[in-house]
Design a protein around this ligand. Structure first.
Ligand SMILES: [Zn+2]
Length: 604
């Protein structure tokens, strides 16, 4: 009898899991490549399967069982549990009228997400700057910039245009103007959409009888509850606030010195932060981001990332033919070094063009499933400078490639657990960890193999990069703390007006609220799946920096790389992240390295 129940239950759970596997993709508009969703009664079938599975789990839990049986049955069950929960969160476990409402909410949230992104992407505003206002920008930037017939430069909202300008343009008024325009992209419509998303998410929580969307979200995350997030954020604030004030004080003094004024006469504004940090790093550490492009030509950098990843994880990236959506896109096959087996495919879409997504991101477009013999595909989208990367862009490339590896090296039984389908507050850990390969000598000196004519990265440069990076941590993490706290407030128990909430919270930071800006209308994360999850960037970083400790002084250690592939990348989300990390570390995780990092104390 028991055996029958076990066998039967496991089969039932597999069915449930399959329902679950299709559920997350099914929220988003019709997708013809997934015909199962077109079956009119799929909701009903999966709903019934689920409730029966729940009933059987309840029976199993009451039976007296031997340890061996427990492991055999519940080992599978634990893995299924993650799938079942994901499935339940799409609304199928709710009573019929609530289920119908949930479906409508999820559809509307998807429309909101798309409209929000479109309002930013399709904003074709160009600001005109006189040649005088362009002073400080490198010649390569000026050559590429568009100009009107009066000779003014026309700059839009793509990162390769905006960021170098904010870091280099000497004219403060020009920086102020660009900053304010940039922080109004997508508004006012996006403020409406953000408010609507917060209301709909609050309604989801109430359908489940939970006090807030933050509760709904965090119960499936490593943190398990909003309280843990608040405690973590308080601790971050406690560590960074002082460092942030000190750095702002230093920058203010630096600005005063540059302008030949007394410190009392100058204010350090938000549009000054990137500029004076950049100038201070040039003056104090001799780090010029623009000059670094000579070390990291774009093609050589990509070849280097392939080589480093290949030797760490025992794979090869082989250029191959595939239909492409733009001539600049490239496709590679990932081949296992030992078995020569085809593992997966990677597309690289690296350069900016009109109408293209303007951030850098990795998309796992097809997830692995060993059960269905399905191989994964990931796409890396970025907007890199064609001629060469500065150090920040090199970090971005590695970061996104960390996500790509998670996608293409995972070997999970179910598609819905493949690659980056892990707890959202763990998903950034492998990618944040991979950024470190741009900061250490052993991997960096290998770039030269792909560009013999380029200057070579030496010990001294690595040290200067490290010193420069250590300055500004307080400012950066103070900002991250603000974003995460704002996100938690917006999706917390009390309704918060998006703009009023932001004005209050940014107003409490050392640089204050900037009048005429509407930042929340540009904060796509909050409607794009990171609602009540932005804290996850810092939470993941705790784990990322801790996991680095396993490599010790040698980031190119293939034995550790293989273990990371096997214990973390390969497993995707089929085990709880906490368990995988503990196994990789051989101990409980510690936030020590993270707190050293955010206060600028982490050693090189
Ligand atoms: Zn990321």
């Amino acid at each position: 009898m028991k055996e029958w129940i076990f066998g039967h239950s496991v089969r039932r759970l597999v069915l449930t899991a399959l329902c679950g596997a299709f559920a997350p993709v099914a929220w988003t508009a019709p997708r013809p490549q997934i015909p199962i969703w077109n079956a009119p009664d799929i909701d009903k079938v999966c709903g019934e399967t689920l409730s029966k599975a729940r009933g059987e789990i309840a029976v199993l839990e009451r039976l007296p069982l031997s340890q061996a049986t427990l492991e055999r049955v519940f080992g599978t069950w634990n893995r299924m549990q993650i799938l079942v929960e994901g499935f339940e969160d799409t609304g199928v476990a709710l009573p019929p009228e609530k289920r119908a409402r949930m479906k409508l909410i999820l559809q509307r949230l998807e429309e909101v997400r798309q409209a929000f992104a479109r309002n930013i992407r399709d904003n074709k505003t160009r600001l005109a700057f006189s040649p005088e206002e362009m002073k400080g920008l490198p010649a390569s930037y000026l050559e590429k910039a568009r100009r009107d017939d009066k000779g003014s430069y026309l700059l839009g909202f793509e990162y390769p245009e905006y960021e170098p300008f904010m870091a280099n343009a000497e004219n403060e008024e020009a920086r102020r103007r660009y900053y304010i325009a940039f922080n109004n992209r997508g508004t006012p419509q996006n403020l409406e959409l953000l408010g609507e998303a917060a209301r709909l998410n609050r309604e989801i929580a109430s359908l489940y009888g939970l006090p807030s969307y933050a509760h709904f979200v965090t119960r499936r995350r490593m943190v398990e509850s909003p309280e843990t997030v608040h405690r973590f954020l308080d601790e971050v604030e406690g560590k960074v606030r002082e460092v942030e004030r000190r750095e702002i004080g230093e920058l203010r003094a630096f600005k005063a010195e540059r302008l030949g004024k007394s410190v009392q006469e100058v204010t350090l504004n938000r549009w000054d932060l990137p500029y004076y940090q950049e100038q201070l790093k040039k003056a104090r550490y001799n780090i010029d981001q623009e000059a670094l492009r000579a070390y990291f030509p774009t093609d050589a950098s990509v070849a280097w990332v392939f080589a480093v990843s290949g030797s760490l994880y025992g794979v090869r990236f082989v250029p191959a033919k595939a239909p492409l959506w733009h001539p600049s896109v490239r496709y590679y096959e990932v081949i296992d070094g030992k078995t020569a087996r085809f593992l997966s495919g990677v597309y690289l879409d690296l350069f900016p063009r009109d109408g293209k997504y303007s951030h850098a991101a990795a998309f796992g477009v097809r997830s692995v499933s060993l059960l269905a013999r399905r191989t994964p595909i990931s796409v890396l989208v970025a907007n890199l400078d064609r001629n060469g990367l500065n150090h920040r862009e090199l970090e971005t490339l590695l970061h996104e490639f960390g996500h790509i590896l998670h996608g293409v090296l995972s070997r999970t039984r179910y598609a819905s657990q493949g690659g980056t389908n892990v707890e959202r507050d763990f998903v950034e850990a492998p990618s944040q960890m991979y950024e470190e390969w741009t900061r250490k000598k052993e991997p960096l000196r290998l770039v030269h193999q792909y560009c013999k004519a380029c200057p070579e990265v030496d010990e001294a440069l690595v040290k200067r990069l490290h010193a420069a990076r250590s300055f500004g941590r307080g400012i950066q993490y103070g900002r991250q703390h603000l974003y995460a706290s704002y996100d938690m407030a917006l999706f917390g128990e009390r309704e918060v007006d998006p703009m009023q909430g932001w004005i209050r919270m940014e107003g409490e930071t050392p640089t204050g609220y900037v009048p005429d800006t509407q930042f929340p209308g540009t904060f796509g994360h909050l409607v794009g799946g990171y609602g009540a999850g932005y804290y996850g960037y810092m939470w993941s970083e705790v784990l990322a920096l801790d996991m680095l400790s396993v490599y010790g002084k040698n980031l190119m250690n293939p034995a550790v790389g293989r273990r990371f592939r096997e214990l973390i990348l390969s497993n995707g989300g089929q085990k709880p992240a906490a368990e995988m990390v503990r196994e990789f570390l051989g101990r409980d995780p510690s936030p020590k390295a993270f707190f050293e990092e955010i206060t600028g104390q982490r050693g090189d």
